[in-house]
Design a protein around this ligand. Structure first.
Ligand SMILES: Cc1cc2nc3c(=O)[nH]c(=O)nc-3n(C[C@H](O)[C@H](O)[C@H](O)COP(=O)(O)OP(=O)(O)OC[C@H]3O[C@@H](n4cnc5c(N)ncnc54)[C@H](O)[C@@H]3O)c2cc1C
Length: 450
């Protein structure tokens, strides 16, 4: 069963299906304002244009793409790293279809995991979870799909860490799974519900949707959307501060003093940015409460450019109990002698790394790798990192639905408010993914047109 259908069955539906009945007889709008030029906003504007509707995107930053953010770390050899979204998943059909439509090539970006735990290095294939526990775990994943919606809802009341413990995992494997799964959520699995984890892992591709990357960097899809939409229709440096729905049209005001009017608005802003908008009339209390209860993950990605690829295996990643947490080779499939390793750290570890200067980052992140490769600091040439916990707009990498939040909360957050429709990864079935942003951008347009 597709994850999307599965989530639909369990009651999680996107804004479009929530909205449709209310606007069944609405006239096709002439003009729509789209707030935010991330993948949700770009998809929405593209779909609107295809439907013959004027769409203008208002974007606060002077950069298009939001949390899709490719950085060229080595201009000489054209080596790129991703500061935000990294992997395109095997199951991410919409994203893959757009790549095909725009002629973008997907490169294999799968890795085989080594382990550094308690100062001991275990190369790829030289470690595994306890065999008996692994069998139990596979059965848990299978059985989840057979549970009734009521039984699944019950699993939203217990956290993933406690649930695994209850199911008999040993301490070592629990530590490994915490390290592994917390990178997916961006916070400890003690904050994540068992329902949320099981809905994810029971239907993910074998590599947990860490399958591909777009050739030339994921920002290539942002470029392609921009070309289709027309750069002149994306207004950079337009930081939206107010949305007024008291007149016949929706009136949007930006901090630069400009005002814009349209029949409808599609708002793709992350929750922390959305809460700063002055709505007139104000958003319903229930919606504000829902928005205020959603937390965002703290993730820092730190990429170090090394003079040589001392790790040998191009498809190598390492899970560690060090502060750098999870390391992978982002320049896989990018030829050259030089290469990068990216550390992907979450929660408090991310915050701690964000406070270090570059020299300190190299020293600490290389030290963790010593059991595997010895001292490698001297090979480091450059470091670049981005801490999403302090991103001016999202204040986090992506939303984390915590205990008891998987069912009703998302519906409340996604519910349209008069002529404003909400989209963005935080309201998606594929929440936390580029696929989710795309899915909700399309859904918002469908809702407006239905
Ligand atoms: C570290 C990290 C790792 C990730 N890894 C993956 C991965 O491997 N695979 C994957 O599929 N996904 C991944 N994601 C998630 C993916 O990046 C997001 O789900 C997706 O890009 C979100 O798109 P969006 O359009 O919903 O939001 P955004 O991209 O955040 O777009 C919102 C836009 O709104 C703008 N904005 C904010 N406030 C205002 C305002 N007041 N006025 C005007 N504009 C405003 C912002 O500047 C931004 O451009 C990752 C994200 C991060 C941060």
């Amino acid at each position: 069963m597709q994850r999307r259908n599965f989530l639909k069955m369990t009651g999680l539906v996107t804004s479009a299906s929530v909205a449709a009945p209310q606007i069944l007889f609405a006239q096709k709008p002439k003009k729509v304002l789209v707030l935010g030029a991330g993948l949700a906003g770009l998809t929405a504007a593209y779909k609107l244009k295809q439907s013959g509707i004027e769409a203008i995107i208002l974007e606060a930053q002077n950069r298009i793409g939001g949390r899709v953010f490719t950085h060229t770390i080595d201009t000489e050899n054209n080596l790129t790293v991703e500061l935000g979204a990294e992997w395109v998943g095997e199951s991410h059909t919409k994203l893959k279809n757009y790549c095909a439509e725009f002629g973008l090539k997907l490169l294999n970006h799968q890795f085989d995991t080594a382990l550094i735990l308690d100062g001991k290095y275990s190369p790829v294939n030289a470690w595994q979870l306890d065999k008996k526990w692994d069998e139990t775990y596979q059965k848990i994943l299978k059985d989840f799909l057979k549970l009734s919606p009521k039984q699944q809802k019950e699993l939203d009341k217990i956290d993933w860490w406690r649930y695994l413990k209850k199911m008999g995992i040993n301490d070592r494997d629990l530590e490994i799974m915490e390290l592994q799964h917390s990178t997916d959520y961006g916070e400890s699995i003690r904050f994540v519900s068992a329902y949320s984890a099981l809905a994810e892992y029971s239907q993910s591709s074998p590599k947990d949707e860490m399958d591909y990357k777009i050739e030339g960097g994921n920002s290539q899809i942002v470029k392609a959307f921009t070309q289709k939409i027309g750069e002149e229709n994306i207004k950079l440096g337009h930081w939206v501060s107010a949305i007024d729905q008291t007149g016949a049209q929706v009136r949007v005001t930006c901090k630069n003093g400009s005002t814009w009017e349209a029949d409808k608005v599609i708002c793709t802003l992350p929750v922390n940015a959305l809460l700063d908008i002055n709505f007139l009339p104000t958003l319903p209390d229930t919606k504000i409460e829902a928005l205020e209860s959603l937390i965002y993950a703290r993730i820092i990605k730190t990429s170090i450019l090394f003079k040589e690829r001392f790790w040998g295996n191009e498809g190598m990643d390492i899970l560690t109990d060090g502060v750098g947490q999870y390391y992978f080779h982002p320049t896989k499939n990018q030829p050259g002698t030089k290469g990068c390793l990216t550390s992907y750290a979450i929660g408090d570890k991310a915050y701690v790394i964000s406070k270090m200067d570059n020299e300190h980052k190299i020293s600490v992140l290389c030290e963790t790798l010593e059991p595997a490769f010895g001292k490698v600091n001297h090979l480091a040439e450059k470091v670049v990192s981005y801490y999403w916990g302090e991103d001016k707009f999202s204040k986090g990498a992506y939303a984390v639905y915590m205990l008891n939040q998987s069912f009703e909360l998302k519906k409340l957050i996604a519910k349209p408010f008069k002529n404003v429709f909400f989209a963005g990864e935080h309201v998606a079935d594929w929440q936390g993914f580029m696929e989710g942003a795309i899915e909700t951008g399309e859904a918002a347009v469908e809702a407006i047109l239905s």
